[in-house]
Design a protein around this ligand. Structure first.
Ligand SMILES: [Zn+2]
Length: 367
């Protein structure tokens, strides 16, 4: 199998980067359809429009109706055609970005992705999650290419609710462990080949960046500040984790996340919050060194990521309640098989309960 490294065509990150959107549209086309929620357009519309005043390119801002579903994707495709737009941009959260990617794919047009939070590692990837009109998961749409440009306005991102960047750290916390496991297993990656040394190095840098700057970044955004630590964590959550997961592979942490979604009591938790607990479960399965487990647990507690089932809203920690979660995590279609050893649902169920026990033990220790 060949080694494949996927990445966005260009990654741009800095204060007020959205004011420069026109500069990145110009090489791609003459007019961009920029999607955002109505409140998003209120917040960033003027900044974006001003950037186009001295540009050869033009912008049409369009309100997103709230769901990344086939009817909305088709509607926006028509809007783009009618307005003569040859570039698509999404400015907002995951659903806006996934919709922009899907509309661009449908029109065979270039796409610029502009996240307004650093809450997950999805923006850089060649993937959209499509929902039904009433918001149920429908399917993954695998795109031909990664976004042409990922544009991160760190002024906007640092001002988002702190829980979002912390959740992004939870998603990014798992990246290196899942990448390393997949590489050790000679697994195939989301990019469709084997991992490169380059992608694994970025996954490692992702972890090291969180350990160096995660706590500082959390405190800074809570204080309303944009600091170098915040910039570093935004890059780790988005670029390093994005390339790390797509070009190295996912393993137990995301499989456990997917299992946990079976429990309605976890639905109020964000993606990265569940993934962080999944990372602990993976470390238990691998019997990682105590120092590694202590470092990960300490980090989670300092930034406010869940380390116990109770933190996730799961009060019933019985084997009966958790076995379906473990079975779902071991589904043939999921990524548990990327661990370099055979895993059964019973092993995963034990690891979930043992991870919870570790989390509770260290909670008590800190009291
Ligand atoms: Zn994730």
């Amino acid at each position: 199998m060949a080694r494949i490294y996927n990445s966005p065509g260009k990654y741009v990150q800095g204060p007020d980067a959205l004011a420069e959107l026109a500069r990145y549209v110009e090489p791609l086309g003459s007019k961009v359809l920029a999607l955002s929620t109505p409140s998003g357009i209120e917040r960033i519309g003027d900044k974006v429009r001003r950037g186009f005043e001295s540009s050869s390119a033009d912008v049409a801002l369009e309100a997103f109706n709230g769901e990344c579903c086939d009817t909305e994707i088709a509607r926006l495709g028509e809007v783009a055609r009618a307005a003569g737009c040859d570039v698509i941009a999404g400015i907002g959260g995951g659903k806006v970005l996934d919709t922009a990617k899907a509309v661009a794919y449908q029109l065979n047009a270039p796409v610029i992705v502009c996240p307004t939070a650093a809450s997950s590692d999805a923006p850089c990837s060649a993937l959209s999650v499509i929902y039904t009109e009433d918001g149920a998961f429908d399917r993954y749409l695998y795109l031909n290419a990664n976004p042409d440009v990922v544009l991160m306005d760190t002024t906007v991102i640092a001002a988002a609710p702190p829980r979002l960047i912390v959740s992004g750290m939870g998603d990014a916390l798992a990246t290196y462990f899942e990448a390393k496991a997949s590489v050790d297993a000679d697994g195939s990656t989301c990019a469709g080949g084997q991992a490169t040394a380059a992608a694994l190095a970025l996954a490692r840098l992702c972890y090291d960046t969180l350990m160096a700057d995660g706590v500082k970044a959390k405190l800074a955004v809570e204080a309303g500040c944009l600091t170098p630590a915040v910039e570093h964590v935004i890059e780790a959550n988005t670029l390093l984790s994005g390339i790390g997961f797509e070009s190295c592979g996912l393993a137990a942490a995301h499989a456990v996340h997917n299992g946990l979604t079976l429990l309605p009591e976890t639905h109020a938790m964000l993606h990265g919050e569940k993934v962080a607990f999944g990372a602990l479960v993976q470390l238990v399965l691998e019997d990682a060194p105590t120092e590694t487990i202590e470092q990960v647990l300490g980090f989670c507690m300092e930034v406010g990521l869940p380390t116990t089932l109770a933190d996730l809203g799961v009060e019933d920690a019985s084997r009966d309640h958790l076995m379906p979660v473990a079975e779902r995590a071991c589904a043939a279609t999921d990524t548990m098989g990327n661990l370099p050893f055979a895993v059964t649902p019973a092993m995963v169920c034990d690891a979930i309960i043992a991870a919870d026990a570790l989390g509770r033990y260290y909670h008590l220790d800190g009291e």
